[in-house]
Design a protein around this ligand. Structure first.
Ligand code: C2E
Ligand code: CA
Ligand code: CA
Length: 691
């Protein structure tokens, strides 16, 4: 259809006007020329030859003129056509290029259509997913332990999720005045936080507010909950809506409280612990606060606590701890804060009263509370307190150092016999403490390195030439680094650090071997006295080990005497008494050492299964000059005899002492007058001499 239209267009009148005009002009001009030129020539030229010539020329002229005319006409139109053609061509080219563009555009469009299609599909899927996730969100909201809320500030309209209702324990999601209802349920102490959530107080922009508040459950109990809130603001920056979440963190909070509690409390007694005190001290001595205000740090503790706890066991020790802690606490009143620093030791920061007499007053108060025996079940335990103190005068010490200094002073106080007074820390104490620390370290290796040996001190019924009835085994430690260390120094360390068992084992086996050798050598029966620590004696293993060694060396129990020291604890210690009874029953002798000193008293003598008592050397040395000591010694011997016990006097150095003791009826003597403690070799040499 388009082609026909085009063709009709080409042959339209308009288009053939020009050729028609040319042809018409040509035909007209040609006809006129033929008619007029022939007539004119005929008229002018009569010569036939000339006529023909001119006629030929005229014909040529016509051809030339019409040729020029035709050329003019055609060239003009041809040029026009040419230009037109060019224009057409350009247009064509432009058309082609625009066609390319259009094609590209088309391709692009079709591609973007594809894209659009896939986007659409994607959107569809997304929509589906969104719907699913919306559903999921709703379900999660429903199922979540978390609660959600949405508060419109202007309308005071609050909506809460099921989770929130669950935390409240009641469904009040649609109640009127829900804001007020929730506000009423918040713990009064936490209510001030609410201002942030109700818009009364500005929330920080783009930052959720998080606070922990206690909220009342329907059952009336408060539970800890964590609230998050985010403020939405309008264009003017005014908060119009607050949305948030709430979760029940009650269990977590309780756990946190528990952890915090145990971090700063002694779990058994409930007193604040050492860490708490260090924390308190570090805050107290921070410069800028009251860091420059002087105070006194006092350690009040039970003397010989390690011994006490190893004898009584954990449960009873804890009760003793608690009672003593309460007494200290009552005594200091509001004047200070108390913490349990370690076994039997309480630390107290005493503010204000810095005069020594003020501190002494506090100590007197503690003494008044602690000097009555502590009753635990059937037991009645007397404890002796010791006090160490250090003065803090703004000299910026590490809290740990301050505590250690007071503890060192306390250790020194424990060594003093006098009671009821405080020892103030001195730098010299530290050196001693270092020495003891080093000693403990060296003591641990001493057994393996063979640094121990036993020496033996004879006992006889009269003077230097009397027959020897037995020997006391005494332990010696020769440390390559520290030299000869007295058992009075290292035995307590071994007792406190659990090394006494190994050492005791060494003593028992060597003493048994010694008495075996001696009896083999002399051919006569003899006895060896072994010092046993109370700590060894509470353990029934001790008896087994002793019996094992006795059997191993072919001895009889009668060859062994066990020397015990009656400490404050022993008299309450049923298991020690039981073990002593077992030993006694098997035929071992029990000797009560250091009688008359420390905690020994005649009162308890009857309760102990003892064969002999050893009068302490203090009595022997003092009785010559001190009448009271003389009378005491006499009394001890009399009572001992009445109880069917033998009396051994130790530390007898002079003839005068010996004769005085003989006059009182003493049975055995031990001391430098007879012999210093000597090695096994020397004992055997002495026997050889006698033989
Ligand atoms: P102890 O059982 O009262 O021992 C008597 C102490 O007095 C010994 O000191 C002895 O050397 C000393 N001595 C004896 N006669 C005299 C004297 O005439 N004059 C003077 N000035 N001193 C005399 P040592 O050997 O230093 O023992 C000290 C304490 O160490 C002993 O006192 C005992 O309690 C303890 N000990 C010694 N060996 C052992 C042992 O093997 N095991 C246990 N658990 N403790 C031991
Ligand atoms: Ca002894
Ligand atoms: Ca003694």
């Amino acid at each position: 259809m388009d082609g026909n239209n085009q063709n009709r267009g080409i042959y339209s009148l308009e288009n053939i006007k020009l050729p028609l005009r040319i042809v018409t002009i040509y035909l007209g001009f040609g006809a006129l020329w033929i008619v007029f030129s022939d007539s004119l020539l005929g008229y002018l030229v009569s010569d036939a030859a000339l006529y023909v010539k001119i006629s030929t020329l005229k014909g040529w002229l016509y051809v030339a003129v019409t040729g020029i005319l035709l050329f003019n006409l055609i060239s003009k139109d041809f040029l026009k056509i040419q230009t037109l053609n060019q224009v057409m061509e350009e247009k064509n080219r432009a058309l082609v290029s625009s066609n390319v563009e259009i094609r590209a555009l088309y391709e692009e469009m079709s591609a973007s259509e594809e894209c659009l299609q896939s986007n659409y599909e994607e959107l569809e899927r997304y929509k589906e997913r969104l719907e699913a996730s919306d559903e999921r969100y709703r379900l999660v909201m429903k199922a979540s332990q978390e609660g959600f809320w949405d508060y419109r500030v202007g309308e005071r309209k609050l909506e809460i999720s099921d989770g929130f209702s669950r935390i409240l324990g009641s469904d009040c999601g649609s109640e009127e005045n829900l804001v007020d209802e929730i506000a009423q349920r918040i713990h009064p102490e936490d209510r001030h936080h609410l201002k942030g959530f109700t818009g009364e107080e500005e929330l920080p922009p783009n930052e959720p507010l998080s606070v922990e508040m206690r909220i009342r459950h329907e059952n009336g109990n408060y539970r800890w909950a964590l609230f998050h809130g985010l403020a939405l603001r309008d264009d003017n920056g005014v908060t119009h809506r607050i949305i948030g979440a709430v979760s029940d963190i009650h269990e977590k909070m309780l756990q946190r409280e528990r952890i915090e509690y145990y971090a700063f409390h002694d779990p058994a007694t409930g007193f604040h612990n050492r860490d708490y005190m260090l924390e308190l001290l570090s805050r107290r001595i921070t410069p800028g606060s009251d860091g420059e205000t002087p105070f006194v740090f006092l350690v009040a503790g039970i003397q010989g606590m390690e011994r006490l706890s190893s004898v009584y066991g954990t449960n009873i020790t804890e009760i003793i701890h608690y009672q003593i802690g309460m007494s200290v606490w009552k005594a200091i009143g509001d004047g200070g804060s108390i913490s349990m620093l370690g076994l039997g030791r309480f630390g107290v920061v005493l503010e204000g009263g810095l005069e020594e007499r003020d501190i002494q007053k506090t100590i007197d108060a503690v003494e008044a509370h602690t000097n009555a025996p502590i009753r635990v079940n059937q037991l009645s335990v007397s404890v002796h307190m010791a006090y160490g103190a250090v003065r803090y005068s703004g000299n910026l010490l590490a809290p740990e150092t301050l505590v250690q200094q007071a503890e060192t002073a306390f250790t020194h106080a424990g060594k003093l016999t006098g009671r009821n007074h405080v020892v103030w820390y001195e730098p010299a104490f530290q050196e001693e403490k270092n020495y003891l620390g080093r000693m403990e370290f060296l003591l641990r290796q001493a057994l393996d390195l063979g640094e121990f040996r036993l020496v033996y001190q004879p006992q006889a019924s009269s003077g230097p030439n009397a027959p020897i009835e037995g020997y006391e085994a005494l332990l010696r430690w020769n440390s390559p680094e520290l030299g000869a260390v007295s058992p009075e120094v290292f035995i307590p360390v071994a007792e406190a650090t659990g090394m006494i068992e190994g050492i005791g084992e060494f003593v028992v086996s060597n003493a048994c071997r010694f008495i075996r050798n001696l009896m083999d050598y002399s051919g006569a029966s003899s006895k060896v006295s072994i010092n046993a620590s109370m700590i060894e004696l509470i353990n029934s293993d001790y008896i087994d080990r002793l019996i094992h060694n006795v059997t191993l060396h072919g001895l009889r129990p009668e060859n062994i005497c066990i020397e015990i020291t009656e400490t404050a604890l022993a008299k309450y210690l049923d298991s020690v008494i039981e073990n002593l009874n077992v030993l006694r029953g098997k035929g071992f002798e029990i000797h009560l050492d250091d009688f008359g000193t420390g905690y020994s008293s005649l009162n308890h003598l009857g309760r102990l299964p003892v064969n002999a008592i050893k009068i302490d050397r203090i009595f022997v040395w003092q009785m010559e000059k001190d009448l009271r000591m003389h009378q005491m010694t006499e009394l001890i011997i009399k009572v001992g005899h009445q109880l069917d016990m033998r009396i051994i006097a130790e530390g007898v150095e002079t003839e005068a002492q010996l004769s005085m003791l003989q006059g009182m009826g003493c049975d055995l003597y031990q001391g430098y007058l007879l012999s210093k403690p000597v090695s096994e070799e020397d004992v055997l040499k002495g026997v050889e001499k006698l033989n």
